[in-house]
Design a protein around this ligand. Structure first.
Ligand code: FAD
Length: 117
């Protein structure tokens, strides 16, 4: 693998980790403002993604599958789906999205205990 391919893959792994963990921490019952914020986040993530070719490619995926932000589980399933769309185009194995709920744990559950929800 060329050095640039290695860097691109490292960036991708880090970015996907943040992307999916953000969905895993999104509220079950978001306010309209929270849903709007997540939708904006996804579009800005795409627009500002440091690998230009990847960003362009992901933009076409977002055109086809716009962000789903009505709840945590819906957002997490959508995130899994669009990552699988990227996986497909790179001939990678598809991820089993039925396990997505348990897969991304940031160790942040203790934060919630003090928030009353
Ligand atoms: P990754 O795809 O990085 O996945 C990391 C880990 O996430 C996996 O090991 C697995 O545990 C888990 N995972 C895998 N699939 C899913 C899923 N569907 N849902 C949840 N978790 C999952 N690279 C290119 O060469 N060309 C591109 O056009 C390109 N576009 C990209 C667009 C975006 C928005 C991002 C974030 C990355 C893009 N990449 C692209 C990088 C590419 O997707 C991979 O990150 C990189 O190739 C490293 O792949 P990997 O096999 O280590 O696993």
């Amino acid at each position: 693998m060329s050095p640039s391919a290695v860097y691109r893959a490292e960036l991708g792994r880090a970015a996907w980790k943040l992307f999916h963990t953000t969905f895993a921490r999104f509220p079950d019952k978001p306010t309209t403002d929270e849903s709007t914020a997540l939708q904006s986040y996804v579009y800005l993530f795409q627009r500002l993604y440091p690998c230009g070719e990847c960003a362009e490619h992901f933009g076409t995926i977002l055109d086809k599958f716009p962000p789903q932000v009505s709840s945590r589980s819906v957002a997490a399933a959508w995130g899994c789906h669009v990552h699988n769309e990227v996986n497909k185009s790179l001939n990678k194995e598809l991820f089993d999205c039925s396990n997505i709920g348990d897969f991304y744990d940031c160790g942040c559950a203790e934060d919630e205990a003090g928030e009353g929800g």
